[in-house]
Write a protein that binds this ligand. Structure first.
Ligand code: ATP
Length: 373
């Protein structure tokens, strides 16, 4: 029940030191702290097996935590029975009743609980998910995406405070998944409820969520807006999991107020100062492929950039919107470059010598000592 502790009260969903050790001794979730703002679209993103589903099941009450707590709008719900929580879940295999039509599938729970105004509420939900005209069809007569929307309507009609979505689009083909991502986001904005969406698909998380928490091996590696995570990853795991990164080993040789100078394989480059860096620190300079300029394109930098000579083009693929290069650097590493096609840009060929450059502010510096993987 409510604890009424004003100081601890948070109007969203709060996980504190949440841990799950399974009876076989495996710890799937390792003391995570997470604040999910009320009314936000929140994505829990991570590779298979990292503990996303376990976390979601603890929030739903389907799995009990080994330790830690779960609070919703200031109420401790850690030990509450699933049906006592203002939480509903949409699963990947949405399990609609095949013999009931769409309308009755959505109405089912409310009819059992003898709720008033069922017809109006169901009608409103079917309009929200744009299935009003399909109300009298059976699930088998609908597409996968439409069935998923029925499952969503069925969960939303109960007016939960938090909707949990466990890989809800996983069963759909790519094109349908893309359109459902936009649709889900629209519905969330319209109803204004807190959505917690579990996915291993970084593009899906970035497309839909206001806030993304990246999970790896039972811990939260980093949390932030999609742009923050992309532009400023704090670990090699996040840098590689969200899009592609070039990571070049180096050591800090100088630290100024905002800028750190890194000796990168004998070449000095400037990187925005992040956290710890002191002289001699080993790190990774990270730069996204689309931020790297090839050859003369670097001359367009209005401020002095970081320039690395001596690259040799080892692969070229023309992909329409951009040309993707692999460039072998003097120290043997291949860097990936996405050069935007402006129509005027020169296309380089395999074997050509090129220099690579980028604006210092586009690079990020990662602390190598933090990387265990
Ligand atoms: P996926 O995307 O594949 O579902 P996930 O990130 O959701 O992965 P979980 O399903 O939470 O991961 O599982 C996390 C880890 O806990 C996995 O290594 C899994 O094998 C293990 N695990 C899950 N359920 C149990 C259980 N009942 N007993 C023991 N280990 C379990």
């Amino acid at each position: 029940g409510a604890t009424g502790q004003a100081a601890a009260s948070y109007d969203g969903l709060r996980l504190t030191a949440l841990t799950k050790r399974y009876p076989n001794g495996f710890t799937a979730v390792r003391g995570i702290d997470l604040d999910v703002p009320r009314g936000s679209f929140f994505a829990l993103l991570g590779p298979s097996g990292c503990g996303k589903t376990t976390t979601l099941r603890m929030v739903a009450g389907l799995e009990s935590p080994t330790s830690g707590s779960i609070e919703l709008a200031g109420n401790d719900i850690t030990g509450a029975k699933p049906y006592r929580r203002p939480v509903n879940t949409v699963f990947q295999n949405y399990a609609l009743f095949p013999h009931l039509d769409i309308f009755e599938n959505v109405a089912f729970g409310m009819r059992r609980r003898k709720v008033a105004d069922v017809d109006a509420k169901v009608g409103e939900m079917l309009d929200l998910v744009e299935l009003g005209p399909q109300a009298r069809k059976k699930p088998a007569q609908l597409s996968g995406g439409q069935q998923q929307r029925v499952a969503l309507a069925r969960a939303l009609v109960n007016q939960p405070e938090v909707l949990l979505l466990d890989e809800p689009l996983g069963a759909l083909d790519l094109k349908l998944r893309r359109s459902m991502q936009i649709e889900l986001k629209r519905i969330q904005t319209e109803v204004g409820l807190t959505f917690v969406h579990v996915t291993h698909d970084q593009e899906e998380a970035m497309t839909m969520a206001d806030t993304v928490a990246v999970m790896n091996a039972g811990v939260i590696e980093q949390m932030g807006s999609p742009a923050e995570l992309y532009e400023n990853p704090r670990s090699t795991f996040v840098a590689n999991f969200l899009g592609q990164s070039n990571l070049i080993g180096g050591s800090v040789v100088r630290r100024d107020a905002d800028v750190v100078t890194v000796d990168m394989q004998g070449i000095h480059v400037s990187v925005p100062a992040a956290r710890v860096h002191t002289d001699g620190d080993q790190g990774w300079v990270g730069i996204r492929p689309e931020k790297v300029l090839v050859g003369d394109a670097g001359a367009e930098l209005d401020a002095p950039g970081n320039t690395i000579p001596g690259g040799v083009v080892s692969d070229v693929s023309f992909v329409g919107v951009s040309t993707q290069y692999l460039v072998r650097m003097p120290w043997g590493q291949e860097l990936t470059v996405f050069a935007q096609n402006t129509g005027r840009s020169k296309i380089f060929s395999v074997g050509e010598q090129v220099e690579l450059s980028w604006r210092p502010e586009y690079a990020f510096l990662l602390d190598r000592s933090q990387d265990v993987n």
